[in-house]
Design a binder for this molecule. Structure first.
Ligand SMILES: *Cc1c(COP(=O)(O)O)cnc(C)c1O
Length: 430
């Protein structure tokens, strides 16, 4: 598969180059040149397919021929080494738990898949890369864990000192080896700005092959389409009219769901569930897109004012009315979110995290007008990653899962930096 830049001022390129570069030279996001639907039989016989077989068939066209089939089989198996349970709350609402990976965030799948692709591309030591990421929390841990020990890949994570939770900090500062954590005296936006400056620095890019590991990168974005097919497999014999409510920040996850739909998955509708960062909710109402400054909320992984993947969504639905027919967007306050955590606990004895709770609210808003649908909200993080909010609302202590416990006892190692020139000096020396 070749990829083109959505800014359309850069040459088309292979999957391999798109992964190594991250962003096209004209700063556009890469998008596949074509999408061939899977055979009708694939969906008809889905009950007979394993998750590994489903994932392999669904992603094959996007990575071929750069990743040979035998290698892809191994990458898929290693990526999906944990469960993706669907939990039924009632006749109209289920949740798909995406938090059973090593860092208990849904970003584990994309990070693990991308890491293994880069590892394969560097198999003869010809493609050494530095993955540079800024994190406000979950991305750092998932990327650190996913890329640990991958040959030829050095990972540098910038995080704002004192602004991530203790669990999140431990997840990104305790691994060592090819993972370095840079602790920035500032806020998330400072980290993000420094990373952007690094990608635009000609001198740095002359010496280093830098790439990104957020959902801009096609190898982190596309594997997320698996989730939607997995949930369909679990639910299609029981429910018609399956819709997905996706807690959205950069809109990578929901956009991957739309790719699954393009492959032929019978999804009736998408709901973009948002906190008060509502640029897309407004866009669907007014047809006019205005990026906003991000607002801090209790579902902080979705505090994004200018979602990077909206351009991919607009590419899939080039007609605004088609987009509107296929996607609704709702925005919810922190109060509504914590009330939802309580409601889900009281009514269904289920503990949701604040991001999942926003997804649940998205389901309820959609079902109010479409009572016959079955809505699946994605649970994107384990509730103990947001202990302060969750325990405060449900008034009950939560046990720490083993993945989290294992990391809490380890010692933090980070390098403090204050500005871009210190970042550049670090990158040039290492
Ligand atoms: C990253 C993240 C999201 C948002 O996902 P996007 O693909 O950026 O829309 C939602 N919930 C959690 C817990 C996350 O870490």
């Amino acid at each position: 598969m070749n990829y083109y830049s959505l800014n359309r001022e850069a040459p088309n390129t292979t999957f391999k180059e798109a992964v190594i570069k991250g962003l096209a030279p004209d700063k556009g996001l890469y998008f596949p040149e074509s999408i061939t639907p899977l055979p009708v039989d694939f969906f008809k016989n889905i009950d007979q397919l394993s998750y590994n077989e489903i994932a392999f068939e669904a992603i094959k066209q996007f990575v071929s021929p750069d990743i040979p089939e035998a290698v892809l089989k191994t990458i898929v198996e290693e990526t999906l080494s944990f469960n993706f349970p669907v939990v039924n709350l009632n006749n109209n609402i289920s949740t798909l738990e995406l938090f059973h990976g090593p860092t208990m965030a849904f970003k584990d799948v994309g990070a693990r898949f991308m890491a293994r692709c880069l590892g394969y591309f560097n198999k003869d030591n010809s493609n050494e890369v530095t993955v540079l990421v800024a994190t406000s929390g979950d991305t750092g841990g998932a990327v650190a864990n996913g890329f640990l020990d991958v040959k030829g890949v050095n990972v540098v994570i910038l995080y704002p000192s004192g602004k991530v939770s203790e669990i999140q900090e431990k997840q990104l500062t305790t691994l060592g080896k090819n993972i370095t954590a840079l602790e920035v005296d500032g806020v998330f936006d400072d980290c993000q700005d420094m990373v952007k400056q690094a990608f635009l620095d000609p001198e740095l890019n002359h010496y280093k092959q830098l790439t990104s590991a957020n959902s801009i990168n096609v190898a982190r974005w596309l594997p997320q389409l698996f989730y939607f097919i997995f949930a369909y497999k679990e639910l299609h014999n029981t429910y018609n009219d399956i819709v997905f409510s996706v807690p959205s920040g950069n809109f990578g996850n929901i956009c991957a769901g739309m790719m699954a739909q393009q492959l032929g998955l019978p999804i009736k509708h998408f709901i973009a569930a948002n906190n008060l960062n509502n640029s897309v909710t407004d866009y669907l109402e007014t047809q006019e897109y205005k990026p906003k400054k991000s607002i801090q909320t209790i579902s902080n992984a979705m505090d994004v004012g200018n979602p990077s993947n909206l351009v991919r969504i607009q590419e899939i639905y080039s007609n605004f009315l088609d987009l509107k027919a296929n996607m609704s967007s709702f925005s919810f306050t922190d109060q509504a979110t914590s009330d939802a955590v309580k409601e889900i606990y009281d009514n269904y004895n289920y503990v949701a995290d604040p991001h999942g709770a926003v997804g649940y609210l998205g389901c309820k808003a959609y079902l109010a007008k479409n009572p016959n649908a079955h809505c699946v909200f994605l649970e994107t993080a384990h509730p103990t990653k947001f202990l302060d909010v969750v325990e405060d609302v449900i008034k009950e202590k939560q046990p720490l899962p083993k993945q989290i416990e294992a990391v809490m006892g380890k010692e933090k190692v980070s390098i403090k930096i204050n500005n871009y020139s210190e970042l550049k000096e670090f990158l040039l020396k290492n």
